[in-house]
Write a protein that binds this ligand. Structure first.
Ligand code: GRF
Length: 193
């Protein structure tokens, strides 16, 4: 099963996928890693692992639709079975989603539908929840909406900051993403999809 992973940040969740593939525990080919901006840790980690990379810099496009089209072509060039948003901080449009119908996975560091958006960890902490967590879903054109595939709870501890809580969530997020990809790969091999 071929995946393209999209990142915007440090790529520590991507690194967990790279490591699982290298360890032979995740039967997936990372065909490429792409970013919406230059200089991401995720693209650097991929390059260090010998994985093809691309950057579709959001700032180089006057129109969002043009950026979406360029991103769609850059991803499609690697013929993925699934596209995985792992810390990718852009919302893609219907043109992108139509190219990869029900094939765009997203992870979010909160228990959706609670605390969607770019600050899910901060918002959960500010709200004062005792349990938050992470979600893997099939993304649609909304912000962190779409059918939920998996979730995991993470307790909020006294004294937690956004950073300490987010790092603890990411541990579960990486596990959940790898489990979800493993299940999807297994489903494909059994039904020969
Ligand atoms: C993840 O928690 C992701 O859900 C959120 O940003 C984090 C990405 O971290 N959008 P990294 O870039 O994988 O380290």
């Amino acid at each position: 099963m071929r995946i393209v992973v999209l990142v915007s940040g440090s790529g520590s969740n991507l690194q967990a996928v790279i490591d699982a593939v290298a360890a032979g525990t995740l039967p997936v080919t990372i065909a490429a890693v792409g970013a919406d901006r230059p200089g991401t840790g995720g693209v650097r980690r991929a390059a260090e692992a010998g994985i093809a990379t691309f950057e579709v810099d959001f700032r180089k496009y006057d129109e969002r639709a043009d950026w979406n089209r360029a991103l769609t072509e850059a991803v499609a060039a690697h013929t993925p079975d699934y596209v995985v948003s792992s810390g990718f901080m852009r919302i893609v449009d219907q043109h992108f989603l139509d190219r990869f119908p029900n094939r765009y996975l997203n992870t979010h560091p909160a228990l959706l539908p609670s605390f969607p958006g770019a600050h899910g960890v901060r918002d959960a902490l500010a709200y004062g929840v005792k349990v938050t967590g992470c979600t893997v879903m099939i993304a649609d054109a909304g912000v962190d909406t779409g059918p939920i595939l998996a979730q995991a709870p993470v307790a909020v501890l006294p004294g937690d900051t956004e950073e300490t809580l987010h790092e603890r969530i990411k541990v579960e997020e990486r596990r959940l993403l790898i489990e979800t990809l493993t299940d999807l790969a297994a489903a494909r091999s059994t039904v020969g999809a």
